[in-house]
Design a protein around this ligand. Sequence first.
Ligand SMILES: C[S@@+](CC[C@H](N)C(=O)[O-])C[C@H]1O[C@@H](n2cnc3c(N)ncnc32)[C@H](O)[C@@H]1O
Length: 382
Amino acid sequence: MGNKLLNKDIQAYVNANLKTDLHSLLLKKSPFSEVSMHEIVQQIKGKQVAEKKFPFLLQDGIVFPPQLNLEQSSSEKTALYKSEILQGKKFIDLTSGFGIDAWYLSQNFEDITLIEQNAELLEIVEHNWGVLGKKARFINRRLEDFLEENQEIFDVIYLDPARRDQNKNKVFLLEDLSPNILEIKEKLLSISNQVVIKLSPLIDLKYLVSVLPNIFRIDIIALKNDVKEVVVFLSNKNIPEITCNCVNLESGEPSFTFKFGEEEGVHSEYAEPEKFIYIPNNTILKAGVFNLISEKFSVKKLHPNTHLYTSAEKKTDFPGRCFEMEMIDSKNIKKKTQFNIISKNYPLKPEEIKKKYGLKDGGEQYLIFTQSKKGKIILKSV
Ligand SMILES: C[S@@+](CC[C@H](N)C(=O)[O-])C[C@H]1O[C@@H](n2cnc3c(N)ncnc32)[C@H](O)[C@@H]1O
């Protein structure tokens, strides 16, 4: 792994260059004969990423892996959320990677095992966990080979599969992941009652339920309204219903829980805008429960294709944003005023609206351009 990176002078150089432009640094010659500039820049990059994604690793003696492994790691905040759900005696992470998920998710377990096929990466994780004083078994193997020989039973098995190809295709199938969950699911369920799998936010929930019949829980996890993960929980017990949780971390918004399939057969009521307008958060949009939230929160929809809702009384538990608004005529929009512009189911994009009405971006006020059942409308926050 190269403990030479931990040399005091090299660490001082890394710390002194945390804000330096890394491209220009890469063009320079390393001031240290024992490490290349590339290796130094990897450490700087690691600290920069750690500051945002996993600040618990900003300590002396921690070594960072190449950028791809940093990018593949979960963030501390989503990992912490998952850690609160899981507990037991024996925990195994079959796709350790840089071990961020494993670090948090294993905190309520006594016996921890990490599997990773990338030897150098696992060596770094083992070193870092040693620095931080946490014990685990670190096994450098393909997880398929490990599962072949394994005789142990685990309380929780965790997997965060890697994308097989690194292109950014939007179509997302389990077969495109490494490992292929469909090939190992029976084996996993034969050695644990709870298999937890982190998947991309792009994955289709109906597809997931159709190919993984043992799902009993799905969590859609967003951080400040940016959907980061879809996490599925599998069990070998016969569970008749799938519980779905829509969680928007650091938003102050309540979570929304429903049973998979509950949306079917529920209808929205429609209305013209009343005093309060609601924009559901992105976990709700991902879950596609457009009629269910109308029913559960007694809010009416503005239009079948507009995912905006309204009510006369304020619903403080709605999973999304709530605005007090009034309808205005486009003639009454003053030029050069500052607005946050939202366009939903409206022919013009915010940029085009801004240009058309000569508006400035930002400020405290909101303008929503949308459609109700009666036609195009403009709403202004009061
Ligand atoms: C997305 S990363 C995991 C990141 C990790 N959850 C974290 O928070 O740091 C997936 C990891 O799984 C490993 N992996 C993929 N397929 C594997 C296999 N068949 N056997 C063992 N490890 C595998 C990859 O090498 C990669 O490091």
